[in-house]
Design a binder for this molecule. Structure first.
Ligand SMILES: [Fe+2]
Ligand SMILES: [Fe+2]
Length: 238
């Protein structure tokens, strides 16, 4: 598996793995790279090249996991990246899955579509409430912890604001989301009678797998980088 570095041509990153395109877009970088290298593109867009490369390589190769290097980045840059990923899920991938699901409709498939839709809706609710929890509770806590570390927030104020709060309560939620997605995949791949629109069903399954892969990488960053880093700070500061 290729590891990208600062001299790699940006276009070659996409030729090597086009699924990285949305990951790159989350940094505000768009196509039209000409022959520019990663370093040149990051320089022009004001992107932190080390953080960019580590995220790119982490997504590109499951076995590449530079825990120590990623841990060197600030909590706010990690949270900022995770937030952009959430926006991508809610504003693009989830509506895309939904639209593809609805396009599977045929006259004979109407009842089964209703069953499939109800599985999908449960999955969507799970995702949305998980993201809401992170956006409204976890990330503000993490960012305030960093402010405290930088002496921009007094420890008393922090403790008062987060009395009885722990970001570890919701740690099992990632596997619950995985289980619901597996139910949905199983239903369509193993059990549905074949009277749906075939092309739409392929598109729907493709988007489920794409979402799953992106979500796994996203969750790895939260579990292996963000949470341990937060834990470390809590031990030092609290
Ligand atoms: Fe998340
Ligand atoms: Fe998460």
């Amino acid at each position: 598996m290729i590891t990208f570095h600062k001299e790699t041509k940006m276009a070659d990153v996409i030729y090597s793995n086009h699924l990285l395109l949305p990951v790159i877009n989350r940094f505000g970088i768009y196509m039209g790279f000409q022959d520019k290298t990663v370093e040149q593109v990051c320089g022009e867009s004001g992107t932190d090249i080390l953080f960019f490369l580590e995220i790119l390589n982490t997504y590109n190769n499951e076995k590449y996991f530079p825990q120590e290097k990623l841990s060197a980045f600030s909590l706010s840059s990690i949270v900022n990246y995770l937030r952009k990923t959430h926006i991508y899920y809610l504003s693009f991938l989830v509506p895309q899955m939904e639209e593809r699901l609805e396009r599977m409709k045929t006259e004979e498939f109407a009842d089964n579509l209703a069953v499939l839709r109800s599985f999908y809706t449960k999955y969507k609710q799970e995702i949305k409430s998980h993201i809401r929890e992170e956006e409204e509770k976890v990330f503000p806590y993490v960012l305030d912890l960093e402010l405290m570390q930088q002496s921009k927030m007094p420890i008393d104020e922090f403790k008062h604001k987060y009395v009885n709060y722990s970001i570890y309560i919701s740690n099992d939620e990632h596997s619950e989301i995985d289980d619901k997605l597996l139910d949905l995949k199983n239903l369509i791949i193993k059990y549905l009678p074949a009277n749906y629109d075939l092309n739409a069903s392929i598109a729907f399954v493709n988007s489920l797998f794409h979402f799953d892969q992106d979500l796994q990488n996203h969750a790895r960053i939260e579990e292996k980088i963000l949470y341990p880093k937060v834990r470390q700070l809590e031990i030092t500061l609290l």
